[in-house]
Design a protein around this ligand. Structure first.
Ligand code: IPD
Ligand code: CA
Ligand code: CA
Length: 258
């Protein structure tokens, strides 16, 4: 039942993305001038929350634009109504709806839907990950020097030691391809699908990674924080890989050389 609701929820959200895409919609800034929220983010969020609450009125909801709708329930829905809002606002079809479902503190379900590529990702704890119903698996490359990586950058410049630009520079100086799609949820799903060998990012929020990190784990990959500890979506850093290059990427992110 909850699985069906999850799929319906990403679908009703995605319907709003397709309705507004390349049309006219209002855009506002949040934490900085380029941290945007559009009319479509709000419409997607409203449709998703309405659907979930019609079926599970007591569940806890954490959604990017609304914040927490707290309850005593053990089940929490973690919603990003559009991941990749800057892409969306510019008519770039690399964006999605992302929803994770946590039960007693453990992520049990996740789904990410990019309607513009007709790609629906789904993962269930212990049951694997799928793309449009077909099982997906991480890649098997075992050298970071031969890997294709992906990352993202925060809305505010992070000038810390081993920060986003320093790590990016080190990898690029070795001519390692590091893509930047602009949607952390899709970065994770594409890593789960074996398109990328690894993903890292320094400053994410729980709604960016809730569904995607489960996708990578269920596709056979490894996900940790930037120190290599067990991943927790309520802290900022993430390294998600096929498992084989994990320690190599972890070392680079922590100042190691290539
Ligand atoms: C952003 C995207 C981007 C990542 C940012 C996120 P939003 O989410 O996932 O790839 O680099 O850190 O905030 O704002 O488009 O929902
Ligand atoms: Ca996001
Ligand atoms: Ca968002």
């Amino acid at each position: 039942m909850i699985k069906n609701t999850l799929i319906q929820a990403v679908e009703v959200g995605a319907k709003e993305l397709t309705r507004f895409f390349n049309g006219t919609f209002t855009i506002a800034s949040k934490s900085s001038i380029n941290d945007l929220v559009t009319e479509a983010d709000h419409a997607s969020e409203k449709a998703i929350i309405g659907l979930i609450q019609s079926q599970f009125p007591d569940h806890f909801i954490l959604s990017e634009e609304t914040g927490e709708m707290a309850s005593l329930s053990d089940t929490k829905w973690i919603i990003d109504p559009i991941d990749g809002t800057i892409n969306f606002a510019n008519g770039i079809p690399i964006c999605c709806v992302s929803i994770g479902v946590e039960h007693k503190g453990e992520m049990i379900l996740g789904s990410v839907y990019n309607p513009f590529m007709n790609e629906l990702y789904f993962a269930e704890k212990g049951q694997g990950a799928t793309l449009n119903g077909r099982p997906i698996k991480v890649s098997n490359k075992d050298s970071i020097l031969h890997s294709c990586l992906v990352t993202g950058f925060p809305y505010q410049y992070l000038d810390s030691e081993n920060g986003p630009l320093q790590v990016f520079e080190k990898l690029v100086r070795k001519a390692i391809p590091v893509r930047r799609l602009g949607s952390a949820a899709l970065d994770l799903c594409w890593t789960a699908a074996g398109r990328f060998d690894g993903f890292y990012e320094h400053k994410l929020q729980a709604w960016d990674s809730a569904a995607g990190f489960l996708m990578v784990e269920e596709a056979g990959g490894k996900v940790t924080d930037l120190m290599g500890n067990a991943y927790n979506p309520y802290q900022p850093g993430i390294i998600a890989t096929n498992g084989f290059i994990h320690d190599q990427l972890l070392s680079v992110v922590n100042g190691g050389s290539l």
